[in-house]
Ligand binder design. Structure first.
Ligand code: SAM
Length: 200
């Protein structure tokens, strides 16, 4: 079955609206401030499955936008008895995210760090066992280094767009693939996911 069939009908409704919106944006190319830049639907489904299989409970996403990835991650966190911390710099997107999460019935699961994640995360103690990085490509390494002490053993750090933005993320990939504390694999789903597992 499509993993979507596991979700509450309220969450399905919002997810389908956001998928429709994202498809429209990618065909019509509106200005950046009007776009939601949602994760690829295949990546969302794959990450939902990965979180359930790994029983991850302390989730973090960097780059929440209006809530497409938030809904998938929050649903998986909820099923595992966990929570999701969502980072977003644009206040307008945070408000739309909150409204979408509330409509989906997942508001008890998500808390927000509003502002520049390079600063808000520095103040957050963690720990996390699952992290999705889906923000400005220039900052991926900064997030990885900042989060290093806050990732639990066996925790996953997932970076989106490693195939669609291969040149911009070249240094990030080199860093995680050579890191002695991580095993790291490029998974060609959606726009390309780099999945890095902390080995101890
Ligand atoms: C690709 S979109 C995220 C899409 C989202 N994961 C989804 O699937 O719907 C990137 C988001 O990162 C946010 N962002 C960019 N730089 C940021 C920063 N320094 N701190 C927090 N959020 C940031 C942008 O405002 C934007 O909403």
């Amino acid at each position: 079955m499509d993993p979507l069939e596991l979700l509450d009908p309220r969450a399905v409704q919002v997810i389908q609206e956001l998928e429709e919106r994202d498809r429209w944006e990618r065909s019509q190319d509106p200005p950046p401030e009007d776009r939601i830049y949602a994760l690829h639907p295949d990546s969302a489904r794959f990450l939902h499955m990965l979180i359930l299989a790994g029983k991850y409970r302390r989730l973090l996403e960097i780059g929440a936008s209006v809530g497409y990835s938030t809904l998938w991650l929050a649903d998986a966190a909820h099923r595992n008895g966990g929570t999701l911390v969502s980072c977003e710099i644009e206040p307008g997107r945070v408000e739309r995210n909150r409204a979408n999460v509330r409509r989906a019935g997942l508001h008890g699961v998500v808390s927000y760090l509003v502002g520049d994640a390079r600063q808000t995360l520095a103040q957050h103690p963690g720990p996390f066992d699952f992290v999705l990085i889906d923000a400005d490509k220039t900052d991926y390494i900064t997030y990885f280094e900042l989060l290093m002490p806050k990732i639990l053993p066996n925790g996953l750090v997932v970076a989106d767009n490693v195939l669609s933005h291969a040149a911009a993320l070249q240094n990030y990939l080199a860093r995680v693939k050579a890191h002695p504390l991580y095993e790291s694999v490029t998974v060609p789903i959606g726009r390309g996911l780099e999945i890095s597992r902390r080995i101890r």
